[in-house]
Design a protein around this ligand. Sequence first.
Ligand SMILES: Nc1ncnc2c1ncn2[C@@H]1O[C@H](COP(=O)(O)OP(=O)(O)O)[C@@H](O)[C@H]1O
Ligand SMILES: [Mg+2]
Length: 365
Amino acid sequence: MHLESIGLHNFKNYESLNVAFSPEINCFIGKNGSGKTNLLDAIHYLCITRSAFNPQDNQCTLHGEDFFSLKGKMNLGERISTIVCGMQIGKKKLIKLDDKPYKKASEHLGKFPVVLIAPNDTDVIRNGSEDRRKFFDAIIAQTSQVYLNQLINYNHVLKQRNGLLKQFADRDYFDAALLQQYTDQLIDLGGKIHSQRKSFIQAFKPIVEHHYAQLSEESEPIDLLYESDFDQDIAALFKQNIKKDIILKRTNVGIHKDDYPFMMEGELIKKFGSQGQQKSYLIALKLANFDYINTETGSKPLLLLDDIFDKLDDFRITKLMEMVASDAFGQIFVTDARPERSHKIFDTIGHEVKFFEMEGGKVVS
Ligand SMILES: Nc1ncnc2c1ncn2[C@@H]1O[C@H](COP(=O)(O)OP(=O)(O)O)[C@@H](O)[C@H]1O
Ligand SMILES: [Mg+2]
């Protein structure tokens, strides 16, 4: 699978842009602010139906405009698929595959997998559990529509249960039987999600360990854990928490509280890991993300590498470039502010590389 071409209209700093890509390596060169990351993000958007950087779609619309559209031609070997994403402020976004609109954007997820490595972004390590759940959910969901639908349903029921708890407080009443109906649904759906997360982590962990060992010069042991309320007697836990739920007007146990502690030598890496170790862990996670999707779906995700030459040291860059040279990846998109550096790195790698020089929302050569 590779992206043959992309068209952007009113997307971020691009008024109108059409480019054709190399099936191997594409390198976006240009000064800071020229739109390199925005172009990577447009590719991300086409694959995942959302930006990797902006949580709200209207932030992706060129300032002063009220809509954007993206069009990508994806070469799947035996045929070419056309993806179109359109967003008008105040309206539901429209995603079409080969001219057929999806009912829900989530149906698109997993068809065109993508992995973005932006090594500055260690949020998934440093932030709270929500970022880690999102990170892993995105990987599992890209390989399982069943999982994605269960997760959507769980979140829907969770919202209803929380709404009911608020109603109890606002209207000063309590209906144990009604609350239990929602609790039972959460236990049922949560149980299914829990067992998938558990088996996912079992398969995923050794891949992370492998990449970490490759990327770090030292070989400190790392670990990837999975912690869930569902490891315990979940029905009893829900019962114990009813009072707390009522007081706080929200559900305090469930898979929406799961966490995946990232460990090194028995300690949390976010507390005790050096910056270099955290970076290695992050990249190991991303490379494992790539491998896992490749194994599960049989196709290599598009790989987006944002400013890695600035942010990684020579050792880690060399390791990554060894992987590029050894055909570990499929199509790659890289950004770099320094053309001479990218030329030097890619000229010796033995792959077709196409350079795009960007300036102010345009490709100038
Ligand atoms: N919605 C938007 N409308 C117009 N310009 C935008 C929008 N979002 C971001 N930009 C502009 O895009 C530029 C940043 O582009 P970016 O792709 O991050 O640059 P680079 O990666 O080349 O440093 C900034 O000048 C920013 O103001
Ligand atoms: Mg950038």
